[in-house]
Design a protein around this ligand. Structure first.
Ligand SMILES: Cc1ncc(COP(=O)(O)O)c(C=O)c1O
Length: 387
């Protein structure tokens, strides 16, 4: 790994960090880009004719950049505050009919599931479960099982499938493009909502993002951007069929006129004032990741580290990785003997080694990124062996 990326992360200078899936560390130059942008906004404005072109340039550049990463046109990208709002805002605007069924995987994040449950309550929709949590084998077996189970669970009433790209608990990658292709031929062609919280910045997303109807991400996890800024890629049919629910001046094609139409593109799901300096910070983090190689090359490096950790865990008598094979990405979940995961997190935290516990399945999760060093993995394994 080129030394410069890690050297840009002050958060890693004084701790051993495995919580990239919770929040990525912010590079120094991203923090500087945020401050510089903030200063320029003050020098030009803040609310003057001079500042608007600068703001349009800053947000436009990031929209173009994310569009390249997502493999879609910039008109399909909406900025959000986080993953969850990227999932929920377009979802709630779809034309639901009582009796429509939402097929939700059993590995979705509690916030997204809660939003689906409330939507179902309000609109009289049915909920069904797509089981994927027990898939612990090879990528090809996992892909085949997901597609088979999808076929089994789809009914004529299925109107939406909710499936994360990289499962936040087991660490398996879902075959999103193949799922999207399978849905085309089914009944009323169910919409596909993909939670990309763990995927953007850790695995290549372009095929999946281009195939999904809603592909929601955040900048603050694997992209190592600032918290408070995310993005969602929307399909062309989503732009036709979903009406915004949370509405503000940024949703309108003529922002000063309340009679105006909504934007025809994804901006219809943007709302109102947001923190523009964060856009400059995320753009800088994406540039730093670009400089480390393509998404495929970066995944290769992430995977080499997660494999090392997975193999080390296999060798520990007390540890049991959730996956039967080396992880396809950077999420390594495991159980450790009889010790409660929360107690392990606390014990290791006292030594400044940071990982997290998960409720379902009840386990520990350590993430490896391109900035993870071999000696950090050794340190974690040694600390776990001392339980
Ligand atoms: C899979 C998944 N979805 C959603 C979220 C929530 O993210 P945000 O706070 O950006 O909405 C997380 C955060 O950990 C996550 O892992």
């Amino acid at each position: 790994m080129p030394a410069d990326f890690r050297a840009q992360l002050p958060a890693l200078a004084n701790k051993t960090y495995f919580n990239y899936g919770g929040q990525g560390p912010l590079p120094t130059s991203s923090l500087e880009a945020i401050t510089a942008c903030w200063r320029t906004i003050q020098e030009l404005g803040p609310f003057t004719g001079a500042v608007w072109p600068f703001i349009a340039q800053t947000t436009g550049r990031l929209r173009q950049h994310l569009a390249r990463w997502f493999g879609v046109g910039p008109h399909r990208i909406a900025f959000t505050e986080n993953v969850t709002s990227g999932c929920v805002l377009p979802l709630w605007g779809l034309p639901w009919q009582a009796g429509d069924e939402l097929l939700i995987s059993d590995c979705e994040h509690p916030g997204v599931v809660a939003a689906c449950r409330e939507l179902a309550r309000r609109e009289g929709l049915l909920l069904a479960t797509l089981p994927v949590a027990d898939l612990r084998g090879t990528p090809s077996d996992t892909d085949a099982q997901v597609l088979q189970r999808l076929e089994e669970q789809l009914t004529p009433a299925t109107r939406l499938v909710v499936l994360s790209h990289l499962l936040w608990n087991t660490g398996q990658v879902m075959p999103i493009a193949a799922v999207a292709a399978a849905l085309v031929g089914h009944g009323r062609h169910p919409w596909l909502l993909v939670d990309g919280a763990q995927s953007l910045g850790s695995i290549p997303v372009a095929d999946a993002a281009a195939a999904a109807d809603i592909y929601a991400c955040t900048g603050h996890k694997w992209c190592c951007g600032p918290e408070g800024l995310g993005a969602v890629a929307l399909s062309e049919r989503m732009l036709q069929e979903s009406q915004p629910t949370l509405i503000g001046w940024r949703s309108l094609s003529h922002e000063g006129n309340s009679q105006s139409e909504f934007h025809g593109d994804s901006r219809r799901f943007e709302v109102a004032t947001s923190c523009v300096p964060l856009y400059a910070g995320l753009e800088q983090s994406l540039l730093l990741l670009d400089a480390e190689g393509t998404a495929e090359q970066r995944l290769d490096r992430i995977q080499r580290r997660s494999s090392k950790l997975w193999q080390g865990l296999q060798a520990l008598s007390a540890a049991t990785p959730l996956l039967e094979v080396p992880p396809p990405a950077g999420l390594v979940s495991f159980q450790l003997g009889d010790e409660r995961p929360e107690a392990v997190v606390e014990r290791l935290g006292q030594r400044d080694i940071w990982l997290r516990s998960l409720d379902n399945p009840h386990c520990l999760r350590a993430c490896t990124h391109i900035s993870t060093r071999d000696d950090e993995i050794d340190q974690l394994l040694a600390a776990l062996a001392n339980s």
